[in-house]
Design a protein around this ligand. Sequence first.
Ligand code: SF4
Ligand code: SF4
Length: 556
Amino acid sequence: MSRELFKFKGGVHPPEHKAESNGQPIHPPPLPRKLVIPLRQHIGNPAKPVVSVGDHVKKGQMIAEADGYISTAVHASSSGIVTAIDMQPVPHISGLPDLCITLETDGRDEWIPHDPLDYQAMAPADLRMRLRDMGLAGLGGAVFPSAVKLDPGAAQTFPTLIINGGECEPWITCDDVLMRHHADETLQGVAIMRHLLGSTEILIGIEDNKPEAIAAMQAAAAKVDFAVEVVMVPARYPGGGAKQMIQTLTGKQVPSGKLSNDIGIQVFNVGTTYALARAVHHGEPLISRLVTVTGHVLRPQNVEVLIGTPMHTLITLAGERDGTTGVLMGGPMMGVPMPNLDVPVVKATNCILVKSAELFPPLPKALPCIRCTRCADACPAELQPQELYRFAKAADFGRAQEYHLFDCIECGCCSYVCPSHIPLVDFYRYAKGEIWAREKEKRAADLARERHEFRLFRQEREKKEKAEKLAAKAQAKRAELAAAPAAEGAAASAADAKKALIAAALARAQAKKAEVTPKNVDHLPPDTQHEIEEIEARRAKIRELARKPLEPEDKP
Ligand code: SF4
Ligand code: SF4
């Protein structure tokens, strides 16, 4: 019995343009002489360089390590010399340069030693850390670090695992071609995900415009020793979006502001699943990916490209043509215009779409909104695009947020159907950018205010502590002073006692002196005896006078 499918709201049917590139075999990549490898290729903190200019590195060697939990490492895509670590143009909507490591390849393409991982014998946390160190990140567009998505956290399991083979954007065929040529390895990646997430229901959703891929994946699924269902879903843009795929396959809607894992479902792109299998079964970090090079080129094709390869190398390979009017990274609905063709292929690069006036005629001049609400009918996120446009244009970002601006997946369905040719998505991107910038400013201001308040608090606390210390000291002094008279009294009485003792000793000595036994003078002549008696009498008189108090007239 076939599975019941559910319809998501909105969506459009733009011309597919898949056939141009999906019939070709995967071409081997040319080895460029220079690779420019950005350190910010994923959501989260950019990787931190662990090499220096002048270092020789081998293919697969880590050149920048993950910085924190939501981050992932970056590796040398080939062997060579690090020639620069500096700001370079990167393929980003902002058009701003970012920190990159430039390698001059040595032509040997020499690998570091790399061995398979016995993932079933490893602790899940250790395996996730190894995957983080191998640079694994989602290849479906969001480039979220895979180690984080492979952590079920407190829930301990994600009951439903969805492998997304939707690839609904026109022109892009890298997932289709990957499933056709690497179905078995993709299923090996599914087995590793199942092991880490404990999923009991595994669904692989593929749009019905990829019959070869469906057949290849069904054949591969029949070989594995766990239950996995390959489900054909109707091709309707943006049916390959994670939320739309979840709804189509399960009927469940991810609530506004929530993630799929909040409802027990984890979703991975087929490219990520294949990269995981390469990492675990071959020990290969994420240093290349499949890229569709198509549009206004002579030989549209899919190429296994080394990360860091300049885009112009691939366009040359596919056959450059006159009349190019621009290059998008991604498809025509959600693609990002490239500032120049020196920018490198990154983990998020699924397609290089070369534009011409013939294939992509310039849009007519935008007209005022006529409030027809066609955009609302087409919106798969069930938003009111015309209102979001109005608020974004008026810089009323608060109201835009009230109308769930951040639920907008920037699919471009609203712009696609708008009869006034208003570039609606550009307004939403602008509004989101402004809100993020203001949030950032606010966070910086809050941080500065918190620091200032803490400084004031600290100064106040120090002042208080100082005052308390002074008060304690003063108190101690007062107590000391209060205790001083008693001590003085004790000291005075001790001194008096001492004085008294001395006086008593003197008195005893004087008394003893006064009681001197009269000398034996009998043997002396009588004159001498008489003289001595006179002297003794004078002394006695003097002693007597000394003992008598002074009369007033005696005083000087
Ligand atoms: S489709 Fe265009 S014209 Fe119509 S309501 Fe939406 S924004 Fe306005
Ligand atoms: S771009 Fe945003 S607003 Fe427009 S249809 Fe898509 S989700 Fe809706």
